[in-house]
Design a protein around this ligand. Structure first.
Ligand SMILES: Nc1ncnc2c1ncn2[C@@H]1O[C@H](COP(=O)(O)OP(=O)(O)OP(=O)(O)O)[C@@H](O)[C@H]1O
Length: 631
């Protein structure tokens, strides 16, 4: 016979089922309007799933540690699951006041399971942290390797702040959240399955009611997840933009100060911070609403179960102790269902940070270097009909059908008006950029077919603004050559006329030069940079406006040093025509094209653009001399 209690339970279950179905129905009805959004969401989810699989594959080297962590996880979950079960037994034996033996054994089991659960949880946590640390280090290193290999155009297109945020924050976020989410997912899954079995054994009616929470939570979660993910991504980009602005202002502090741009910079940074704040507030509001809806549904179901449980106990289907056990499980079950549903979404969200990391990890540099490393290299360079635009300004052709021959062991001077493309030639020779058309050959082979390390030892450049790194002078000269001896360093420094000033420093070659070589004068920096180039014994040496910051004495000494020993192919880029008239070959470049070439005498006789440049140079020198005389 069906009693009143059974009837009430059945009615409550049906009502709850209808509510659940209604939620699904509403979602399906609204689905029509969201068709497009849903399709995009689906594709996004598919991409996130693929990313997740890639992240998981990266954990392979930590498989042993992970196995240990999962074993402890299993131990802690299984032990923890039985504690409420024995708590119910304790209550029952207290209530009846009999079976002391049962009471004591229940207490003993609770103690043992608590010990096992705590031990398992501690070891699991420790091992997971080790895995996360090792994973993060590995990913950071791989990402750094990939970034370091990118061509210069990439660094011009992407802001430094974005790259450093990706390297420091995104890698950490990706490893932490994925590992923690998987940890929680497995723990909750095992716990939920175990609890369902135990709860069914206590009361299948109440268990069915508790399980109705799943579809309701599912709907709430669905609504929340996509919005939260979108806002989180926007927030991450906004933080990166603010970081980039701060970086730029701090690294260019002298520029900000000398142009009195402090207020403008502060305003720009303030606007970006405001944007970040707005996105953060929206994201937190969405989260607060979600938590509210989740809590409300959970509490409603709890009340419904309590109402029905009275009937179940009164009818003798359960003891009070079992009911207590059930209610403890129910409390945890609600959390577990919510966690299980949210964790799948969280896992997909957490790989959002991995998106950028993989984007940079997968990026292939425009020029992948080859394997050529011949013992003999004559240093014959050919620009063969090269056309080039900078990646950030593709519409502006800086070099147009540009051809040039640098003959082995000879000095070629590249002269021409400012912005004509001289430094661009030097950058292309270092493979910092790739020409869009034509090719650059070294001894008949394209630059990219040489081994990376070999090419940059054989083709070196001393640029207008030499990059000096913080560290000692010795580190700077031997940069990139870990086996370079002090003798070689000193020999190169002598040739660059740098040995004297270095020897006079208190710590000599071990003197720290400060950030970006701030403790050295411009000429000293230039001479250290020349020594850095010469220590490599290059076959092709490019001096880009080097003489402008050298005094005459240094200039003569450097020229003498370069002409002694096996002379490299020398490309001298110069504004001052005085320094180039002795060159074997002079090339005049203007608007990205070769305008004239020949020896000084030939070009002067031709009375073309070189002659005009020379005339201008002469008259400005005379004017400068007159001005000094007046003074
Ligand atoms: N990184 C870059 N991105 C975009 N355009 C650039 C970049 N570097 C140079 N340019 C542009 O390319 C053109 C050629 O510049 P390049 O520095 O090669 O000239 P240059 O002859 O060496 O000038 P200067 O004698 O003043 O050093 C110029 O119009 C310049 O604005």
């Amino acid at each position: 016979m069906v009693g009143w209690g059974d009837f009430r339970t059945a009615v409550t279950c049906t009502v709850a089922a209808v509510v659940g179905a209604l939620f699904w129905g509403l979602r399906a009805a609204a689905g029509g309007a969201w068709e497009k959004e849903k399709k995009e969401e689906k594709e996004e989810k598919q991409r996130s799933r693929e990313l997740l699989v890639r992240v998981l594959r990266l954990y392979k080297p930590d498989a042993v540690l992970l196995l240990g962590a999962f074993s402890f996880l299993l131990l802690s979950v299984l032990c923890g699951m039985f504690i409420p079960f024995y708590t119910g037994k304790v209550i029952d034996s207290l209530r009846t006041g009999q079976h002391e033996q049962e009471f004591l054994s229940a207490i003993l089991f609770i103690s043992l399971y608590s010990l096992g659960s705590s031990l398992g949880a501690g070891c699991r946590g420790g091992l997971f942290l080790c895995v996360i640390a090792s994973f993060t280090r590995r990913v950071k290193l791989r990402l750094f390797g990939s970034l370091a290999n990118q061509e210069i155009g990439f660094f011009e297109a992407v802001k430094t702040g974005q790259l450093t945020t990706c390297l420091s924050d995104d890698t950490t976020l990706m490893s932490r959240t994925v590992a923690l989410n998987i940890n929680v997912l497995l723990r909750t899954l095992i716990l939920t399955l175990g609890m369902v079995v135990l709860m069914l054994s206590l009361s299948w009616r109440l268990t069915l009611m508790v399980l109705l929470e799943a579809p309701i939570t599912g709907v709430i979660q669905q609504l929340y997840q996509s919005r939260h993910q979108r806002l989180s991504e926007e927030l991450r980009d906004s933080v990166a933009r603010a970081n980039a602005a701060a970086n730029e202002a701090v690294s260019g502090a002298w520029l900000v100060r000398s142009f009195h741009a402090e207020r403008g910079e502060a305003r720009r940074y303030g606007d970006l911070l405001m944007d970040t704040h707005r996105l953060k507030t929206s994201r937190d509001t969405v989260r607060a609403l979600y938590l509210l809806a989740r809590r409300f549904s959970g509490v409603s179901l709890q009340v419904a179960v309590l109402l029905c449980s009275r009937q179940v106990v009164q009818r003798g289907h359960m003891t009070t102790g079992s009911l207590l056990t059930f209610l403890i499980y129910q409390g945890e079950m609600g959390d577990n269902i919510r966690t299980l549903i949210s964790i799948v979404g969280n896992l997909l969200t957490s790989v959002g940070a991995a998106k950028k990391v993989f984007e940079y990890l997968d990026r292939k540099p425009q020029c992948t270097m080859g394997t050529l490393a011949p013992d003999q290299l004559s240093g014959h360079v050919t620009f063969d009909h090269v056309t080039f635009s900078y990646p950030c300004q593709p519409e502006k052709q800086v070099l147009q059908d540009f051809s040039l021959d640098l003959r082995p062991g000879k000095v070629t001077a590249l002269v021409g008006p400012s912005g004509g493309g001289k430094t661009t030639c030097a950058s292309l020779l270092q493979t910092l950029y790739q020409p869009q058309r034509g090719q650059i050959l070294l001894d008949g082979q394209t630059l990219c077919s040489y081994q990376h390390h070999y090419l940059h030892k054989k083709v070196t450049v001393v640029s207008q603004e030499p990059e000096i790194l913080s560290g000692s002078i010795r580190d700077n000269i031997a940069y990139g050559l870990p086996d370079c001896s002090l003798d070689d360093i000193q020999e190169a420094a002598r040739k660059a006329n740098a040995h004297n000033f270095i020897s006079q420093l208190k710590k000599g070659y071990d003197t720290e030069v400060g950030e970006r070589g701030g403790q050295l004068s411009k000429s000293e920096k230039q001479r250290v940079a020349i020594a850095r180039a010469l220590v490599r014994h290059p076959r092709v040496l490019i001096l880009d406006e080097v003489t402008s910051s050298l005094d005459t004495d240094s200039e003569i000494k450097v020229q003498q040093a370069l002409s002694s020993g096996p002379a490299p192919t020398l490309l001298v880029i110069a504004h001052s025509l005085r320094t180039v008239q002795n060159a074997d070959h002079i090339v005049v470049i203007g608007q990205g094209r070769v305008q004239e070439q020949g020896s000084h005498q030939q070009l002067m006789a031709a009375r073309g653009s070189y002659y005009n440049l020379w005339e201008k140079h002469q008259s400005s020198s005379v004017a400068a001399a007159g001005h000094h005389g007046d003074c």
